[in-house]
Design a protein around this ligand. Structure first.
Ligand SMILES: Cc1cc2nc3c(=O)[nH]c(=O)nc-3n(C[C@H](O)[C@H](O)[C@H](O)COP(=O)(O)OP(=O)(O)OC[C@H]3O[C@@H](n4cnc5c(N)ncnc54)[C@H](O)[C@@H]3O)c2cc1C
Ligand code: SF4
Ligand code: SF4
Length: 379
């Protein structure tokens, strides 16, 4: 069991070390931590020596065995894609009324279906105000489409889950990036207090994520080129396209090389080893070479049941994953793990002895070794 700490350790070990990704897990639990334009800040000093803010942070003392046992009743393995039942490809079905999605619309279809069936009393999503991604809580299936499309900057989405729980919602669905999904898994395993373990999260839909953008750096970058008010949509088409597409309100489209965009990634993402949102019920990404389809990883019984029902009732269409897409997915995920764990290891942030300082991540030595060996040759 990981030793918990408090707000000062969160400041010194995460925020001041540039490891904070602004996931929102420490926000709206108390009056002290707030998010402003993607940055998390402590407004006033808090003297508690232990807090949920520290316990829920995915960037410090993340014990992968503990989390994996809680989510999947199995220790963390070296599988590049995490624990899963099956991997398919998917897109929104006829019940989504022919809506044009950025990718396959799988996420919106699943969330709409779950709200329509009454499995959820609310869903935490991420909308946007101008370029800024904003957490959004919806209770009606029709509201899900307002939040469709990817916002490529890190968002404090989990803060809306904190608020929904305080408001008494008991069956909440949430769409989360891998770091946000880790924070939610920490909340659900509630390492603060075993008696506090009611679980209002009905399921988590994870998004694949290789990197996100620092909001302020991205805002400045776009401002210099076109102004942020005129942006209608931002898209990163699946490989092999190596561009970001920025659509303007007047219908014009700008293309920006991904090499330039990647420079705007926060330091925190370079230590992130999870590409496929391993701690979720279902994970969804784009399918290489097929912008109209998603890759769909089903990880839990609950996720499996939801997907099968959504298919039977016309919300979702699924198919088998092509062999080359499966190979590339595995390679990309393995590559991200190796890169991040190597960097974290070199910085002394993995399995740091308790007596020295807090660790960023903990996992069994044999698993770490297997990950590093399995992916030899990855760049
Ligand atoms: C920062 C980021 C990086 C990504 N990187 C990759 C990648 O490397 N490879 C890959 O295959 N896929 C990546 N994705 C996922 C991909 O872009 C799609 O979100 C995913 O395939 C689902 O597509 P969809 O058509 O089903 O989504 P939609 O039906 O359009 O739904 C998208 C959902 O994403 C949620 N969302 C949007 N932006 C954010 C955000 N910033 N934080 C949290 N939730 C958000 C919204 O709530 C919405 O419900 C990334 C997504 C994000 C947000
Ligand atoms: S919980 Fe999230 S927002 Fe808070 S310090 Fe950790 S990474 Fe940053
Ligand atoms: S790369 Fe990792 S830390 Fe960065 S936004 Fe994606 S999931 Fe979060």
């Amino acid at each position: 069991m990981v030793k918990n700490s408090g707000p000062y350790e969160l400041l010194s070990d995460v925020i001041h070390k540039d490891l904070c990704i602004g996931c929102g897990a420490c926000i709206d639990l108390c009056p002290y931590f707030k998010s402003y334009k993607g940055k998390t800040a402590m407004l006033f000093p808090c003297t508690f020596s232990e807090g949920k803010c520290f316990a829920y942070c995915p960037k410090v003392e993340l014990d992968l065995d503990e989390l994996s046992r809680h989510c999947f009743e199995a220790p963390y393995s070296a599988d590049p894609l995490g624990h899963y039942h099956s991997i398919e490809i998917s897109k929104a079905g006829r019940e989504m009324g022919g809506t044009q999605f950025q990718a396959g619309g799988t996420v919106s279809a699943i969330m709409s279906f779950a709200l329509k069936k009454g499995y959820l009393d609310g869903a935490v999503l991420t909308g946007r105000e101008g370029l800024l991604p904003v957490p959004c809580f919806v209770t009606q299936p029709e509201e899900v489409l307002k939040c469709a499309t990817s916002k490529y900057t890190a968002a404090p989405t989990v803060s809306a889950l904190n608020r929904a729980i305080q408001d008494g919602y008991e069956a909440i669905g949430i769409v989360a990036t891998p770091c946000q999904a880790q924070a939610i898994a920490l909340m659900r395993s509630s390492r603060l207090d075993e008696n506090d373990c009611i679980d209002p999260v009905h399921f988590v839909v994870g998004l694949f994520c290789t990197w996100s953008l620092d909001f302020r750096a991205f805002e400045d970058f776009i401002e210099e080129r076109t102004g942020t008010e005129s942006i209608a949509k931002v898209d990163i088409p699946p490989p092999p396209a190596e561009i970001m597409e920025v659509y303007l309100a007047n219908g014009a489209k700008l293309e920006m090389p991904l090499d330039e965009i990647r420079k705007l990634t926060p330091e925190s993402c370079s230590y992130c080893f999870d590409m496929t949102a391993e701690f979720s019920d279902i994970s969804v990404g784009v399918l290489e070479g097929r912008p109209d389809m998603n890759t769909l990883i089903i990880r839990t019984e609950r996720g499996q049941k939801l997907v099968r029902e959504a298919v039977d009732e016309g919300y979702l269409i699924v198919d088998g994953i092509p062999e080359d897409a499966m190979e590339h997915l595995t390679w990309a995920s393995e590559n991200k793990k190796k890169r991040a764990l190597k960097k974290a290891g070199d910085a002394g942030m993995i399995n740091t002895p308790d007596a020295e300082k807090r660790s960023m991540v903990r996992l069994r030595g044999e698993i770490l070794e297997r990950i590093m060996v399995a992916s030899q040759g990855c760049e």
